[in-house]
Ligand binder design. Structure first.
Ligand code: AMP
Ligand code: MN
Ligand code: MN
Ligand code: MN
Length: 286
């Protein structure tokens, strides 16, 4: 049974390890096939690919794109993308500019509550200055003593209705799926259990996603409670979508570690079915 983990972050977005360290951790955890999927940036993929060759594990180039759909933020993972594809590269560049502009508005909002210097403070926690996100603000809020831990930094700040939360329009679902597909990749809805949609809205999302050319949803992810795996496996089957598996690893000691997840329910069609170039995958999928 292969250990396949298709969702993880490095310090190119809001993870804490370098791409090389993330790959080493995947290898140490016994992962056979691994995808790095940083938020809105592909800058870690070259280093990760080289590290994966050294470590002897199969590497899948990925990305996690921030989208606004139905008034909420939705994340779309792209797998087997070509990071150099001009449409994808340009689209991600625009999202990163929007992120930086949002970070200024977040800092201004915190300043209204007497919390000053947040833009520079959060920026100091971001290795890649082009991808500043709420996690960097959360780490700074904890470091500066405004919150006791990351969870409460999000709970008391940075989430809707709290200081530091500002509305932001990411790209469209259509753009994200089109960019991924144009670059030769496959689009997967990340952690569908994490969105504040009711069942009808979630079905609309999956219908729209599939109509645009999306092919999968995450079923077994660090963001789903194990009791939810069956529900999302059923949903994938009902919507003719494939199933993905990934820890959504960000940092040692936070959440689920790379590759440390149960297998997909047996009746799922995995997203990796039919991936040609990985000989190890052919062995399990044929
Ligand atoms: P952003 O894309 O900048 O809005 O940040 C989203 C990221 O924040 C997610 O990918 C998670 O890594 C992290 N995040 C979101 N909500 C929480 C939470 N309640 N606790 C901890 N981390 C969170
Ligand atoms: Mn994240
Ligand atoms: Mn996500
Ligand atoms: Mn993620």
């Amino acid at each position: 049974m292969l250990n396949i983990d298709l969702h993880s972050h490095s310090h190119i977005s809001d993870g804490v390890l370098s791409p090389r360290e993330v790959v080493a951790r995947a290898a140490a955890n016994g992962v056979d096939v691994f995808a790095l999927t940083d938020h809105d940036d592909v800058a870690g993929l070259t280093e990760a690919q080289a590290a994966a060759i050294e470590a002897g594990i199969d590497f899948i180039p990925g990305v996690e794109i921030s989208v606004t759909w139905g008034g909420q933020t939705v994340h779309i993972v792209g797998l087997r993308i070509d990071p150099q594809h001009p449409l994808l590269a340009a689209g991600l560049g625009e999202i990163r500019s929007g992120r930086t502009e949002r970070a200024h508005r977040m800092a201004a909002d915190l300043a209204k509550s007497g919390i000053n210097g947040a833009f520079e403070g959060a920026g100091a926690y971001a290795v890649n200055k082009h991808v500043i996100g709420r996690t960097h603000f959360a780490r700074w809020l904890v470091g500066a003593g405004y919150a006791p831990d990351i969870r409460r930094a999000f709970k008391h700040f940075l989430t809707r209705g709290n200081p530091g939360y500002v509305e932001h329009e990411w790209t469209t679902l259509e753009n994200a799926v089109n960019w991924i597909c144009a670059s030769g990749g496959m689009a997967v809805v990340a952690h569908p259990g994490r969105y504040a949609f009711n069942a009808r809205e979630l079905h609309l999302l999956l219908d729209a996603f599939r109509a645009l050319g999306g092919v999968g949803i995450e079923v077994v992810t660090g963001s789903h409670h194990p009791s939810e795996y069956g529900k999302f496996a059923d949903l994938a089957r009902a919507f003719g979508l494939k199933a993905s598996r990934g820890a959504d690893f960000h940092a040692p000691g936070e959440g689920i570690d790379i590759g440390r997840l149960p297998a997909l329910p047996h009746y799922c069609r995995p997203v990796w079915q039919g991936w040609p170039e990985t000989t190890r995958l052919q062995a399990v999928c044929n």
